[in-house]
Ligand binder design. Structure first.
Ligand SMILES: Nc1ncnc2c1ncn2[C@@H]1O[C@H](COP(=O)(O)OP(=O)(O)OP(=O)(O)O)[C@@H](O)[C@H]1O
Length: 619
């Protein structure tokens, strides 16, 4: 079995763990409890690791004894002939012990590595599954790079915490215990110094841990800051290069990398400045004085004194390594804290199951909806409308008036702060998220394509997948089929990173095709592209006409011809609806709307601020 097949019995996507399915349902556990719960599925590996280590350690001690027995069999026979029969039997036994020791070592190492990498993988799967459940608002409030640092660097720190951190801690415990047992065998009175040392050692380690905790947290945090900056700069490399901000970005990144280095150095310095080595020196001196006193009293031989000092000396390595091991464990705990913050955070939980799930006919309404991205700053205020299934609705208004935001409320990308968004008369907050979103498709202004094949990009539109015929049908409706088949491998052409190899118009048609794959009852298209050539514009218009047939369609567009053709037009001004109805009704009743279209109409525009939002087509 490999670490990849650790018997958790759960699909990573729905891995519950204590922070998985338990979102919000349980009282949040502390980091040690959370970690122990994460380790629970690996109990067989931990047990086998301990067993393998025990075999390895005990045979390590036993083998020299057996070698001694072999020597005794052939030497020092008191004048009689060497006993080669016994010698051979002991050598055979020795070989068997060496093999068993090797097997013990392999099992211990394998189980430890499986445990370490399995823990890392499970934590990573949990972070990722949890991120996929978060709402858009959650991501708006956080830095993407920091989240990806939690899914990568912090989960890796769990691995290092187990191997070598945890492994060394087990070895240390055994290595500290063994000499003490042997000192007791020499003379129980000599236990005084080592036992006092062990007690002080434990107290000093606890104190050391207390100092390590904040610096370990800081190191992990700085790692997150640095990753966040790198992610942002690389994602925005076009802007950075075109605005000549390369040097500034480099300086900013260098400052964060230095901050991370400083935090790591501080962590390592704290790790190095531990008290136990000093304590050990004092304990060794104490043991020497005590042994000399016993020697003078005649109850200890010189040989025993030397042995006791030798045994105290064997404590040096574990004492020094304890600090390193503790450092790794504290870094792992700091990483676990950051992972837990993501998986246990009920804020931003997006999915809600078990609520209303039904086929949608497409009646859409908003009742007194108010919404803002930040508290106290509404972007939409008291928005109300109702449209029948199959209607085409155009949303117009100045830039920043809240048009895109209104579309985002339809599929509950965001929930309103006040009022209700209703689909077939049921508030979106009452809908099962999956059912709702599988029937509402939103085509964003910024089309996101993945560096996969065109077919795979299109199939993302359907939750349970789609066959090639369905993809082609959607692509034909979106006027994308022809340019897709003209690419080198047609539907199997792999798009460049973020689909940059396609033109804006092509990307938009792919996005429309992707939205249509699921045959949604409500389609919302946020089309901000005003600068496309006449042929592309014609294609896009046809695409939209065909795509909107038979479904409720919301359209944000600067194109007058499409706005004019809509059944219902919503006019937004600074987040408020200032008019709604057909084009003719609005021209008659809404001065704001008349102002928008004034440049394209014969009648003179009333005085007032010029509002953008429409553009007459050139054909
Ligand atoms: N994710 C976000 N977080 C915070 N504020 C946002 C976010 N998205 C939009 N806004 C703000 O909300 C307001 C409305 O933006 P929105 O994109 O809905 O307007 P719009 O009418 O679609 O504009 P445009 O025509 O320029 O696309 C703007 O002030 C904008 O800065």
């Amino acid at each position: 079995m490999t670490a990849e097949t650790v018997p958790t019995g759960k699909d990573p996507a729905d891995t519950a763990g204590p922070g998985g399915a338990a979102h919000g349902a349980e009282a949040p556990a502390g980091v040690p409890r959370w970690l122990l719960a994460q380790m629970r599925p690996f109990r067989p590996y931990i047990a086998l690791h301990l067993l393998g280590s025990l075999v390895w350690q005990s045979l390590n001690a036993a083998i020299p004894l057996v070698v001694g027995l072999a020597f005794d069999a052939v030497l020092d026979q008191g004048g009689s002939a060497p006993d080669f029969g016994t010698f051979h039997a002991i050598v055979a036994g020795l070989l068997a012990l060496v093999v068993v020791r090797a097997v013990g070592g392999i099992v211990a190492t394998y189980c430890l590595e499986s445990f370490a990498s399995g823990l890392e993988r499970e934590a990573r799967a949990q972070v990722f599954a949890s991120l996929l459940r978060k709402s858009q608002g959650y991501f708006n409030r956080r830095r993407i790079g920091d989240l990806s640092a939690r899914a990568t660097g912090d989960t890796e720190s769990l691995n290092l915490m187990v191997s070598p951190g945890f492994d060394m801690a087990v070895d240390l415990a055994l290595n500290v215990l063994m000499p003490i047992v042997f000192v007791a065998l020499v003379d129980p009175r000599l236990l005084l110094s080592p036992v006092v040392f062990v007690v002080l050692f434990a107290v000093a380690l606890a104190e050391h841990g207390r100092r390590l905790e904040p610096v370990s947290d800081l190191a992990r945090e700085r790692f997150g800051d640095m990753t966040a900056q790198a992610t942002e700069s690389v994602a925005g490399v076009e802007v950075v290069e075109s605005t000549g901000g390369v040097d500034e970005e480099r300086g900013r990144f260098a400052a964060l990398a230095t901050a991370y280095r400083d935090a790591s150095v501080r962590q390592i310095r704290t790790q190095a400045l531990s008290l136990p080595p000093l304590l050990l020196t004092l304990a060794t001196a104490g043991a020497l004085v005590h042994a000399v006193v016993l020697l003078r009293g005649g109850s200890l031989s010189i040989g025993e004194l030397v042995a006791v000092l030798g045994l105290m000396g064997t404590l040096r390595a574990p004492t020094q390594l304890a600090s390193f091991s503790l450092g790794l464990i504290y870094l792992g705990m700091a990483g676990a804290q950051r992972i837990k913050e993501v998986v246990d955070d009920p804020d931003g939980e997006d999915e809600q199951g078990g609520l209303h799930a039904a086929p949608l006919t497409g009646e859409v309404a908003m009742e007194h909806v108010t919404f803002g991205y930040e508290p106290g700053k509404p972007v939409l205020s008291d928005v109300s409308f109702r449209v029948a299934p199959g209607s085409t609705v155009a949303v117009v208004g100045a830039t920043g008036s809240g048009k895109s935001t209104l579309l985002h409320l339809l599929n509950r990308t965001y929930s309103p702060d006040a009022g209700r968004v209703l689909m077939d008369g049921v508030a979106t907050t009452e809908w099962d998220t999956r059912s709702l979103r599988s029937q509402i498709a939103v085509v964003e202004q910024d089309v996101v394509l993945f560096s996969r094949t065109i077919a795979e990009n299109l199939a993302l539109g359907a939750e349970s997948g789609a066959d090639r015929a369905e993809l082609e049908a959607a692509a034909r409706t979106a006027q994308a089929h022809d340019f897709i088949t003209a690419t080198e491998h047609g539907y199997d052409t792999v798009l460049g990173e973020r689909g940059v190899t396609l033109s804006g118009g092509q990307r938009q048609r792919l996005a429309i095709a992707r939205a249509l794959v699921a045959d949604p009852r409500v389609l919302a298209v946020d089309d901000a592209t005003s600068a496309v050539d006449a042929v592309t514009e014609h294609e896009l218009q046809r695409a939209m006409r065909q795509a909107s047939a038979g479904r409720t369609t919301f359209l944000v567009t600067p194109r007058l011809s499409r706005i004019r053709a809509a059944d219902h037009i919503l006019v937004l001004d600074a987040g408020r609806i200032v008019g709604q109805g057909s084009h003719e009704q609005l021209l008659r009743d809404c001065s704001f709307y008349r102002r928008i279209f004034a440049p394209y109409l014969d009648e003179p525009a009333p005085a007032g601020p010029r509002t953008v939002g429409a553009r007459e087509e050139s054909h």
